[in-house]
Design a protein around this ligand. Sequence first.
Ligand SMILES: [Zn+2]
Length: 502
Amino acid sequence: MKILITEFRQESNSFNPVNSTLEFWRQTGEYEGEDVRTQFHGQACAIGGFFKAIDELQPDAEVVCGTVMACQSGGVAEQSVMDHYLSRLMPQIDKALPLDGIFISCHGALMTTEYDDPEGEITRRIREKVGDATVIAVSTDLHAYISKTIIENANIILAYLTYPHVDYVETGFRVAKLGLEAIAGKSLPVTAWVPVPMIAPAAAYNTLKGAFRDIIEYGNALKASGEIIDFSFYQMQPWLDLPEPNSSVVVAAKDEATAKAWAIRLADLFYSKRADFTLSLLPVADVIARAQDASQPKPVILVDSADSCNAGAAGDNMAVALEILEKGKDLRTATIVNAPEAAKLAHELGVGATAEFSIGASRDPRSVSLTRTARVKSLHDGVFRQEGPAGRGMTQRIGRTAVLSIGRLDVVVCEWMAGNGDPQLYRAHGIEPTLYDLVVVKASTSFRAAYEKIAGVICEANTPGAASSDLKSLPFSRLPETIYPWQDDPSPEWAVTFTRTL
Ligand SMILES: [Zn+2]
């Protein structure tokens, strides 16, 4: 048995005006061959899950490690990034043929300057090359945009079942297990896909509580009972300006009738919860007032999801910091911002120096910047390991980093923010969140996995940015306003498409 594994993973945001370049992608590194095993075997990622399944289920299989490229979320990727990936991958496939399987890890919500659905196009090109007999199994994020193209060219496709995402390894394992079983000739489940006409802000749901947890648990119960083999609920990343957007449901089952019937029932159930996937946002001033209330347990977490780099925003907005300096300068506050120039100046001046710094709007010209006298509190290389639970132990690199103090406000200034939901983004830079009154977290939901344990209260704030939760306020130009929340179709017609059979 011979299997090639590969990864091409980024989440795009159409409203970030700065395209993601190959240079930006390479911040996270690019691997192939044995370097992939060295870097990802045993790690908390989908590729780690592929390795785990192969080790446990088919230890004699020959594994060819194709190119692995992943990148922090950001603006639409330059086409040169996809072209580069394919220029590495396609010869690797040629050289490895014949292959029994290709296991692909992707996000699913990538856009390039030429393709709305690069993962679909890549899968189509791989299929064209390898023919019908090779099993193509795809692991995706729960926020993927799933297209008919990827469904019709893959045999197996599954997403994370948790949000905050804490099941990267498990998802890679689920995908690889079905792939290995299909290759071994035991079985290939029939996978049915049903698009659901809605999108929802990512901060409006999670699998820790509420309607979304309930439907995931329902799917898990169906799986546990043997009624279905596996499933995914896709909440499409809502900051993609696409002409045919959709959330969707995938069900893998033993036969076509079962897969189809359950995919429709789950799509119906998912869509019936659409009004639950909304949230009310607090004005920043109200969150500041809450942090000033002595009876309020601390820290107060101010969620600035609109500027979340995890959701592809620029992470360079000081709008919230400015308001805190105006209305809450008595508060011990921590925030973070992409401000490479400020970080560079801090490194030149050294620890303890005081100078005037211009901070913010380093990428998105619509972001707020501010100029203030600040003291350089500490300097860092920006390399840290996540504490998790999501991605525990994974290394993040945020470039040259410094902590600047403006009165009681501590600002982490860095080059490329990453790992936004993880407290180590602060802790690794000398900022212990539990010792602060107010902590700004630039993430939608991922942070809850760690922060719910240490927060006095979590406040979703109404802030400006490319990842705003107020979807109707965003400048969509291609997205048809015929889906929820723009239009509410009480009984949509469900269209079923099946993945490829062998
Ligand atoms: Zn996601």
